[in-house]
Design a protein around this ligand. Structure first.
Ligand code: SF4
Ligand code: SF4
Length: 448
């Protein structure tokens, strides 16, 4: 378990979110969800409206991409994305009037919407579920394929070096609770579990929304990896077994909730998007992002148009006071390093941290020195070094041992399935080997 410094003091520095300045240009990548790209539906010179669909996938069940500002399509370009990939993007120059920005849009009461309508709004709005920031996925698709029993809401970031979800919970708690109502209706379920930190979010805040099918898991959000799906399932189910479940007004003990991987896990950022898209019918064209770091004059919590570059955001908040060495997207433990300041904000960006040299280290990769650190820190007993060495040096399981290869594959599959993708082994490795990345590659291959 990695412990981070208490973030409560940092949260006190913020009193609200602010709207970022309108950019003159946006560069909107055509890939907004994990491993999926869209094809452009617009051409150079075409006029687009705010919220217009500008790209779609030819595969069913994939989200569309919307224009975040009204304007003229200048060109279809290649751009580096926050996930490290190079993708096609639509570059739009601001022009014309806004359909959503600056308008007072009344909230739609939940009882005026059917479950089907809510599902359609969520899908059409292109909401990305960022519960696992490493694998942002299409929420509409998750709802359509839902086979679990419970909606699980985590009110803090999976990476304790980030405070975006904690800020959202602080400022927009009521809206997020309304979004829970929409989601439960869309899923056709009543069970809801809140994963929260009672030191940051007093339990009494939930009182108006408390029902017999509401449950809680109070965790220290500064402990890593307490907020990951596997850890939540484990901790919650252990509590239920130990009779510590805190369901209010519980009349029937058989109604205990037991969490499984089939349940729907949502973070505060996604919940806020659901509120905007369903209650206000605004597509997913903005993102609330926490911008911080020791290179910046000031930190802030900004409502940013999708496609705005990091450079534009920095100039708005007073520029830089030091030369940056690293632009960390979505946290030190779960995130990635942006290659340039010209990288655009996408639907899966939650935080940007711009740091100078002293917070960084040599990024070279060396050979495995068999130090055993990765095994020692892995609480799941996964043996990351064995997996890494197997994948990168396949000859160690030579084809001469044909009869044993199947066993090796089965063993690897079992190990990969146990991994909770916490990234702790990566941090402990003195050779800076991409252990979790290799494990995730196998996870996709094995489909576990
Ligand atoms: S990422 Fe997987 S292998 Fe690495 S420490 Fe975490 S659980 Fe273990
Ligand atoms: S921590 Fe890195 S160098 Fe050490 S055994 Fe594991 S993979 Fe090898």
């Amino acid at each position: 378990m990695i412990l981070f410094a208490e973030k409560a003091d940092e949260l006190k520095n913020y009193t609200c979110s602010q709207n970022a300045f309108l950019p003159h240009h946006v560069t909107i990548p055509l890939s907004q969800e994990y491993n999926t790209s869209c094809n452009p539906l617009v051409r150079t010179g075409e006029l687009v409206t705010e919220g217009q669909i500008i790209a779609a996938s030819d595969k069913p069940g994939k989200i569309s991409v919307h224009a975040s500002i009204p304007g003229v399509v200048e060109e279809i370009v290649e751009c580096q994305c926050p996930n490290g990939k190079t993708e096609k993007a639509v570059k739009i120059r601001l022009q014309g009037s806004f359909d959503f920005l600056g308008r007072q849009i009344p909230s739609r009461p939940i009882d005026t919407l059917s479950a089907q309508e809510i599902q359609e709004h969520i899908f059409d709005s292109g909401i990305i579920n960022t519960f696992n920031v490493k694998k942002p996925v299409n929420l509409g698709n998750q709802i359509n394929n839902f086979s679990g029993q419970t909606l699980v809401i985590r009110l803090f970031d999976d990476d304790p070096s980030c405070i975006t979800d904690r800020l959202l919970t602080k400022f927009y708690f009521e809206r997020m609770m309304k979004a829970c109502g929409y989601l439960l209706k869309a899923l056709g379920r009543n069970n809801i579990v809140f994963i929260y930190n009672s030191k940051l979010t007093p339990k009494t805040l939930f009182d108006p929304w408390m029902t017999e099918t509401t449950d809680f898991l109070d965790v220290n959000s500064n402990e890593y990896p307490a907020g990951l799906e596997a850890k939540i399932i484990d901790a919650f189910n252990k509590n239920v077994k130990a009779g510590k479940a805190s369901k209010r007004n519980k009349t029937n003990k058989n109604t205990d909730i037991v969490l499984t991987k089939k349940d729907l896990f949502i973070d505060a950022s996604t919940l806020y998007e659901v509120y905007k898209c369903v209650a206000k019918k605004i597509p997913s064209i903005n993102r609330l992002v926490h911008v911080s770091g020791n290179c910046l004059k000031s930190s802030c919590f900004l409502n940013i148009k999708i496609g705005t570059t990091i450079r534009d955001i920095i100039s708005q908040i007073g520029g830089m006071i030091k030369t940056p060495k690293m632009i960390i997207i979505n946290g030190r433990l779960r995130g990635s390093n942006a290659a340039s300041l010209d990288m655009p904000i996408t639907r899966y960006v939650k935080s940007i941290s711009i740091v100078s040299g002293k917070n960084t280290c040599d990024s070279k990769i060396y050979d495995c020195i068999n130090c055993g650190n990765c095994r020692a820190v892995c609480k799941q007993n996964v043996f990351p070094d064995v997996i890494y060495n197997h994948v990168t040096n396949f000859n160690i399981y030579s084809l001469e041992n044909n009869g044993k290869n199947q066993d090796v594959e089965e063993l690897l599959k079992t190990l990969v399935a146990k991994c909770v993708d916490c990234g702790t082994c990566n941090m402990a490795c003195p050779s800076r080997l991409p252990l979790t990345q290799i494990i995730n590659m196998l996870r996709d291959d094995y489909n576990v």
